[in-house]
Design a protein around this ligand. Structure first.
Ligand code: PMM
Length: 265
């Protein structure tokens, strides 16, 4: 899954694709590079971010969803708002990716159930302006597993079909670096919930600390793609359904390495 952020303030690409035409061109490039799904989002979820209005979010994503879908790409809409998701589905999107797993908008699950489209539900404990204050766990893998399991039960109860539900541990969302590493190491315990898993580690802060001494500045987001390819390959080998990345060629190369090793006699 390739990331198309139509935002002025995402941590990972700093608004490089904020103009709809630039976002469309970027999406088409990711598609040509081999992404299977293009994830279009109009709300930055970086820690501390303010939310755009519904009208602003719609104005950002709809032209991009429309053009990328018309070009034949499989588009997912990355939103926490049922109204935005519904409009994006109308404009050609085929998947809904909600970082709140349906918690932020009580109308989301029913809308997705009615539309009969795949739903990606991420582990979430609150909006970005305060999420890091919720980064407390007794045992992070068990706690995230239990919360995802409860969320899945609630979503199925609202009518979303089990075969259309994908879960996501939510790397970097109400998580410290140590939580992210533990979740990666123990993906098997999340996979045994029985749902496909999406993993989105791309360019996240914990990857910017690899090989950096305490007190030294982190590696900037644009220099985290090698680490992203490594974590994404690790996740793929653990058996996840998908990985969400900003730079498609590097992760795809890593996947090809994994495949070549697996297929070697
Ligand atoms: N991360 C971000 C945005 N959307 N969606 C899913 N399902 N999983 C994620 O980990 C995720 C997401 C934040 O990253 P970005 O600002 O670079 O898009």
């Amino acid at each position: 899954m390739g990331v198309v952020n139509v935002t002025p303030d995402s941590f990972s690409d700093g608004g490089a694709w904020f103009e709809p035409s630039a976002a469309v061109a970027h999406g088409l490039e990711l598609w040509a590079q081999g992404a299977d799904i293009l994830d279009v989002g109009g709300e930055s979820t970086r820690p501390g971010a303010d939310r755009p209005s519904v009208a602003e979010e719609l104005g950002r994503v709809l032209p991009v969803v429309r053009e990328l879908s018309a070009a034949g790409a499989l588009v997912s809409i990355d939103t926490m708002r049922a109204e935005v998701a519904a409009a994006a589905l109308e404009a050609g999107a085929a998947v809904v990716n909600d970082v709140s797993g349906g918690l932020a908008d009580p109308a989301m699950a029913r809308m997705v159930a009615r539309a009969s489209v795949p739903f990606i539900a991420m582990h979430w404990r609150g909006h970005s302006d305060h999420m890091q204050s919720h980064a407390h766990y007794d045992e992070v893998v068990g706690d995230v597993r239990a919360e995802l399991s409860r969320r899945a039960d609630a979503l199925l109860g609202e009518g979303i079909a089990a075969e259309r539900l994908v879960l996501d541990p939510g790397f970097g969302f109400a998580k410290l670096a140590t939580h992210n590493w533990s979740l990666l190491r123990h993906l098997d315990r999340l996979l045994d919930l029985g749902f496909p898993l999406l993993v989105g580690t791309s360019r996240k802060a914990f990857l910017g600390r690899i090989g950096i001494a305490e007190g030294d500045p982190s590696r900037p987001p644009l220099e985290r793609d090698v680490a992203t390819a490594a974590t994404s390959l690790y996740a793929a080998q653990a058996g996840v359904w998908g990985v969400r990345v900003h730079h498609v060629p590097s992760t795809l190369d890593a996947m090809r390495v994994g495949r070549a090793i697996e297929e070697a006699p």
